[in-house]
Design a protein. Structure first.
Length: 303
């Protein structure tokens, strides 16, 4: 006999999370199904009429695809015509009510794999695309109040650092050495010049001017660096030029910038304070400007 008082299923790890699914067929619905299996509330948006084409795909049972029955489990469906302003407004409202955290999307496209071992570029190879999303790592209150610690290290990477590559062993070793010395970042130098961080762009504030090294084959161009320079325009004088590593000792402020960190203050380098040893007023203003810039971007409608 079946148990008249079955043990209830424990709540899923994602209970309380609302997901708005706007995919079709396999990839997006499969990802949303997995989230639903772990307790998330998944609301699937479908076009009026036929809905997701997966509903009638391949093997049918009672007029409905077996694929659909698997991919749509634990979901609720909502028919919306996204070509109309009314449908778009409903989606925006659902997305806002989902209260999802700010997410960092990482997208990586590489040359593609080949069979065998050959140093020549393979012909007709399909690029490999890898992507993931994760909660945006907000800086801690301690970081905002006290800043970061850094050490200067001689750059041991190859001579084409401007190429975005997954071969990051040099960066990893330098960042680890910095961590072993109790620092949050390694500021890389070569022939007496300051270049960048192991995973960030670097800025110095010198006498009210923002200074950063120029892009070259020894520096990876940074989108966050570009954003900082754009936000400084008309407010803070900027100079893109060679920066000597020894200038760190006499500058007023040091910042680092990256997609995963935003712009953060470095207040100690090699065990010595930068300026007053606390986040400076210029960084504070730039941080506020960047946050407003990101808020403006996030408030733009996706559709």
């Amino acid at each position: 006999m079946p148990d008249s008082n079955p043990t209830p299923h424990p709540p899923g790890a994602l209970q309380g999370l609302r997901v708005i699914e706007m995919g079709q067929l396999i990839a997006g619905p499969f990802a949303a199904k997995t989230l639903a299996d772990f307790g998330a509330e998944v609301i699937k948006i479908e076009a009026p009429g036929g809905g997701d084409p997966l509903r009638g795909w391949r093997l049918l049972q009672d007029g409905t695809s077996l694929w659909w029955q698997v991919q749509s489990r634990n979901k609720r469906s909502l028919a919306l015509d996204l070509r109309t302003p009314e449908g778009q407004e409903v989606v925006r409202r659902l997305a806002a009510e989902a209260a999802a955290p700010e997410l960092l999307i990482y997208l990586q496209v590489t040359r593609g794999t080949e069979y065998g071992r050959n140093h020549l570029f393979p012909k007709d190879v399909k690029p490999t695309v890898f992507a993931f999303a994760s909660p945006y790592p907000e800086p801690s209150a301690t970081t905002l109040e006290q800043g970061l610690r850094a050490v200067t290290l001689e750059d041991i990477r190859w001579d084409r650092c401007d190429i975005k590559s997954i071969a990051l062993l040099g960066n990893v070793l330098l960042r680890q050495e910095a961590a072993d010395r109790g620092a949050d970042e390694a500021l890389l130098t070569r022939n007496g010049l300051l270049l960048e961080g192991s995973s960030s762009s670097v800025f110095l504030c010198v006498g009210g001017t923002l200074v950063t090294p120029p892009n070259s084959h020894r520096i990876l161009p940074g989108t966050s660096r570009d954003a900082v320079l754009e936000l400084a325009a008309g407010w803070l004088p900027c100079e893109v030029c060679d920066v000597e590593a020894r200038d760190i000792a006499s500058c007023d402020e040091v910042w680092i910038a990256s997609a995963g960190r935003g712009v953060l203050p470095v207040t100690w380098v090699n065990g010595e304070p930068v300026g007053i040893g606390h986040p400076g007023p210029l960084w504070s203003e730039m941080y506020s400007r960047l946050q407003r810039h990101l808020d403006d971007i996030s408030s733009m409608p996706a559709i």
